[in-house]
Design a protein around this ligand. Structure first.
Ligand SMILES: Nc1ncnc2c1ncn2[C@@H]1O[C@H](COP(=O)(O)OP(=O)(O)OP(=O)(O)O)[C@@H](O)[C@H]1O
Ligand SMILES: Cc1cn([C@H]2C[C@H](O)[C@@H](COP(=O)(O)O)O2)c(=O)[nH]c1=O
Length: 195
């Protein structure tokens, strides 16, 4: 089963993802951007305020393709529970916002590029925080961590949840870290019991 954690910068994905290592020691834990050379190229784009938005999208997609073939597909083939800190929805939401005005219907466009080759998540846990809290927590350290931009990203996540309500579980991420982790663990326990 492929479970992904999504949300704005600072929503607490990595905090939850790290805590889940103790709860599910046999799971495969992974993340996007990855630590491969494709991921390093992505990190360079993130650090470049003048990166071309379309070129940046395709760097993220190259990293995703490598992530799928090197980590995600083999782990799923072994029957592992795979838990990814960010995945394809980050592209739909974030690059959906950077490409607004550059291409028509950017989220549909980006989903269309992924559709022929990606492995969609079975479940996506969306850690919901407002952009203000996100910014306070993340410290606005990169070009994506800006209030107006994160407001658009949040709207895009809302759109994704409207399109596929069966795949998403929303968790209130303004709670304490312990409260968020409890909610996420409840979701995972129910899912794994139902398998
Ligand atoms: N529920 C919470 N309440 C208050 N602070 C939190 C909570 N969860 C995480 N934090 C703090 O917020 C900061 C960002 O958390 P974290 O790195 O887990 O977020 P993230 O969603 O992975 O961010 P990014 O997408 O930018 O990597 C950290 O300092 C973390 O300790
Ligand atoms: C996977 C992915 C990420 N981003 C953005 C979101 C963050 O601002 C940075 C790095 O992610 P991290 O979780 O803080 O390490 O990249 C993006 O715009 N598109 C994506 O597909």
């Amino acid at each position: 089963m492929l479970v992904t954690l999504e949300g704005l910068d600072g929503s607490g994905k990595t905090t939850v993802w790290e805590a889940l290592h103790d709860t599910y020691p046999d799971a495969t834990f992974t993340r996007e951007p990855t630590e491969s050379w494709y991921g390093e190229a992505v990190d360079r784009a993130i650090a470049d305020d003048d990166a071309d938005p379309l070129a940046e999208l395709f760097l993220f997609i190259a990293d995703h393709a490598d992530h799928l073939s090197r980590v995600v597909r083999p782990a799923l083939a072994d029957g592992d529970l795979v838990i990814s800190d960010r995945y394809s929805d980050s592209r739909y939401a974030y690059q959906g916002a950077t490409l607004a005005g550059e291409v028509k219907r950017p989220m549909e466009y980006i989903r269309g590029v992924h559709q022929p080759f990606t492995h969609p998540p079975d479940v996506t846990i969306y850690l919901d925080v407002d952009p203000r809290t996100a910014m306070q927590r993340s410290g606005a350290t990169n070009k994506f961590e800006q209030s107006k931009y994160l407001t658009e990203v949040r709207q895009n996540y809302e759109q994704l949840m409207e399109w596929q309500p069966e795949r998403f579980v929303r968790v209130d991420a303004t709670q304490s870290p312990e409260g968020v982790l409890d909610d996420v663990e409840d979701v995972l326990e129910r899912l794994l019991d139902a398998e």
